[in-house]
Every structure is written in structure tokens, then in C-alpha cells.
Design a protein around this ligand. Sequence first.
Ligand SMILES: Cc1ncc(C[n+]2csc(CCOP(=O)(O)OP(=O)(O)O)c2C)c(N)n1
Ligand SMILES: [Mg+2]
Length: 276
Amino acid sequence: MNNDLKSIAKDIRCDVLQCIGHLGVGHIGGCLSVVELLTVLYFEVMHIDPKNPKMAGRDRFVCSKGHAGPAVYATLANRGYFDKKELLTLNQGGTNLPSHCDMNRTVGIDMTTGSLGQGFSCAIGAALGAKLEGDGARIYTLIGDGESQEGQIWEAAMFAAAKKLDNLIAFTDYNKLQIDGTVEEVNGIAPLADKWRAFGWNVLEVPDGNDIEQVRSAVWRARNDLTRDGKPAMVILHTKKGCGVKWIEDLGAGNHNTNLTAEQAEVAIRELRGEA
Ligand SMILES: Cc1ncc(C[n+]2csc(CCOP(=O)(O)OP(=O)(O)O)c2C)c(N)n1
Ligand SMILES: [Mg+2]
């Protein structure tokens, strides 16, 4: 596998901007904050085959924060699941790429998500299923920090530990922002790591969840060391919502679901590629 993860992440980030810019609006902030994680999972860690997307025993990724669909689609396209041209159909009539992940429409998507809190439970069900099957699959899942205010998350967290799901590796996109403000002012979730530990999980914090090397070593550590003692693992990624494009980052919570013109996307892409 090509180890140039940084340049792959840049391609994915540019594709997210391009497809949302083409549509004119989208969940830009929460897509850009998870690009490094998706890159590491799909290009280095997960046991998957884009040519055989339903392969038995494959690892699964459940994007419980389903509004990050465009980031997942850009990752799948770059990984070869479908043609990159398809990205420009994002959320348009008849598309295979709706704004939120849909397992019945998109090749490579294994769980439908978008109603916050629910995808995480589905991931836990998949982990339990894989255990019962004994097929060796690992289940990776991503939740938002605002999503972590959902009661369902904590019920599911308790269940996963009780069932000793050590084939489950979860991530929190701790970007400190949600739809209408900071997580802290809406309904603070700190101390987050202590909460997960108290629920029986092994926990790892990544100071910069947009640093590919930090993410890479954390994912491997979670996979190899933190899921060996009957416990699931939670990796808390301290990220920046809108990461990679300064003016989008500066919108703060305003970058959650925002307008982006094709021209603005083009300028941002040129900047990212160092062509500005
Ligand atoms: C059950 C439910 N309630 C509300 C929404 C609308 N909604 C979509 S994204 C979002 C904010 C999520 O914040 P966070 O989890 O922090 O996501 P991120 O910052 O990564 O975008 C909300 C309230 C939803 N999709 N599902
Ligand atoms: Mg958030």
C-alpha cells in the first residue's frame, strides 16, 4: 500500500471541497475534520477489497456522524470503490451519494447513518455479529462530540463493554463544535476520556487528530494493543472542524452546514495544493 498518506489525505480533502462546492452547500466542517482518520483506515489499516466490497470477513467502518458522508465518499472513490466523477453527483436527484451515508445506495457503505447516536449502536451490533461468526472482522466507528450528548451512545457503550467487544475500535471527532455552538456551551461532555474509561473501555487521546502520523500510530495501537483484554477501544481525536482551509476553520460553528461556491472551492483547492 502506498505510504504517502499525507498526499492521499490532501486529495481526499480537495475532493470533499470540490463535490460540496459543486453542489453549493454541505457539511464541510465535520467532513474536513475527519480526513486523516479516513485516510489511515482505508489506505493502511482496514482489511477490505474495493474490487470485492462485500467480501466475507471484511472490516467495517460505520460513520455514525452520517453527515460526514461526503468525506467517506471521497475516501471510497480515491480507494477505487467507484469512479471519482461520481462525486460530482453528491446529493442530487438519482445519485448514489446522498448527503448522509446509505448502505442501500453506495458501494462500500456498510451502514446507513445520519440519525445521531444510532450508527454507533449498529456498529456494536456488527461487532457482536462478527464475534458470533468468528470471522475475525474488526469494526471501526466514528462519532461526533456533539453526537456524544445522545443518551443512546452511553447505553451502547455500556453494552459493548459488557459483551467484551474487543473487535470494536471507536473514534470521537472531538472538534469541540456542533451545529449551533460549542459542545461546551450546549452540553459539555468533559472529562470525555474518564467517561469512556468508567464505561469499561480502553482509551487513547490523540492531541492532533489532523496529524497523519499521530492518527496512524494511534489507530495501530488501538488495533493491536488496546483491544486485547476483552475491552473495546475509544480513540479521542482532538481535531479542528473545517481543517485545512483557514477561512472555513474561522467560521467556527458556522462551518457546520454551509454554502460553498464552486469558485470558493477552487481557490481553496489551489491553496491546499500550493498553487495559489
Ligand atoms: C438525532 C439527530 N438529531 C439532530 C440531528 C441534526 N444534526 C446533524 S449534525 C448535528 C450536529 C452534530 O455535531 P457533532 O456530533 O459535533 O458533529 P461534527 O462537529 O463532527 O459535525 C446535528 C444536531 C441529527 N442528524 N440526528
Ligand atoms: Mg463536533
